[in-house]
Design a binder for this molecule. Structure first.
Ligand code: ZN
Length: 309
């Protein structure tokens, strides 16, 4: 089976206002660039299903799931944290985004898809066990990871997160779960202002100072991530693929470029080929300037497809 490309029109209906950086246009920007580059010719497109309550409850408190559903407005919008709000379509979109990670996991583990890329929003890595935040409602990758562990019976699943912001939600849910290794790289002293002290022995957190640039990123991956991943021997790798560390994106100041996203993806693909037949599930997280988001995501997907040179 071809690598899968999972998205859903519902992801475009969730809006947090015209001026909000986490905007519906992000999905189209990524989709259009993958199309223009010819990458979608080599992928099986699929519509994301709605995550079930049982699937969500593998990573979130049942009370939180119910409270979020109850907050979903019939019209207008409801603020759930200073940066995050829901319109009447947001809850449905959040279910699609988490459902995409579950479907991607199924496709890679049982249908031989090899790799999967989920072009979905809302993003997920700031969503904690019982709290929304930072534009996130459900932690898409954590829901997928727990599905791989609890439903498919995997024993070791890795998560790598290269979004410019620390994936505090993923760490909140997955710390001390010895079946998971989470490796993250993020900009120090940036939202959510944590991550410097890992919350468990299964967390490899690398905080890079602002303006670190490509060389520091690559050195950190080679010295901190790769040895930990090789020792862990993952049976499946999830990627929290955030592209807001790009130098054109003013959400952060790491100063990265498309070539860095291609390079880091290449390292992850190599780990996956060494330990788990190349099996990778990648989910979109941040990236807020349409042009750099689209170019970076395309560079990432191209390597996932094994088409880099
Ligand atoms: Zn981010």
């Amino acid at each position: 089976m071809l690598p899968v490309y999972i998205s859903h029109p519902d992801c475009l209906k969730h809006s947090m206002g015209d001026q909000h950086p986490e905007c519906p246009e992000r999905i189209g920007a990524v989709n259009d660039m993958l199309l223009i580059k010819g990458l979608l010719d080599f992928m099986q497109p699929m519509d994301a299903p709605l995550a079930t309550e049982k699937q969500l409850a593998q990573a979130h408190a049942s009370l939180y799931i119910h409270e979020l559903a109850a907050q979903s407005p019939k019209e207008g919008s409801v603020q759930v944290d200073p940066d995050t709000s829901m319109n009447q379509y947001s809850y449905q979109a959040a279910l699609r985004a988490a459902g995409a990670a579950v479907m991607a996991t199924d496709m890679v583990l049982t249908k031989g898809a090899g790799t999967a890329f989920c072009n979905v929003r809302p993003p997920g890595h700031h969503a904690e066990y019982s709290a929304a935040g930072g534009f996130c409602f459900f932690n898409n990758v954590a829901v997928g990871i727990r599905h791989a562990l609890n439903v498919h019976g995997l024993e070791r699943v890795a998560l790598v997160d290269f979004d410019v912001h620390h994936g505090n939600g993923s760490e909140d849910i997955l710390h001390d779960d010895e079946r998971v290794l989470m490796c993250s790289i993020f900009e120090d002293k940036l939202y959510p202002f944590c991550g410097n002290v890992p919350r468990g022995p299964n967390m490899v957190n690398v905080a890079l100072p602002a303006r670190s640039g490509s060389d520091a990123l690559r050195q950190a991956v080679l010295e901190k991530w790769i040895p930990a991943l090789d020792q862990f021997r993952p049976q499946l790798i999830f990627i929290s693929a955030g592209f807001d560390g790009h130098r054109d994106d003013d959400m952060g100041n790491l100063g990265l470029v498309e070539a860095d996203y291609a390079w880091i993806t290449k390292q992850i693909v190599a780990v996956a080929q060494r330990h788990c037949q190349g099996r990778i599930v990648s989910c979109l997280e941040g990236g807020y300037v349409m042009s750099s988001l689209a170019r970076s995501a395309a560079a990432h997907v191209k390597v996932l497809l094994g088409m880099d040179d």
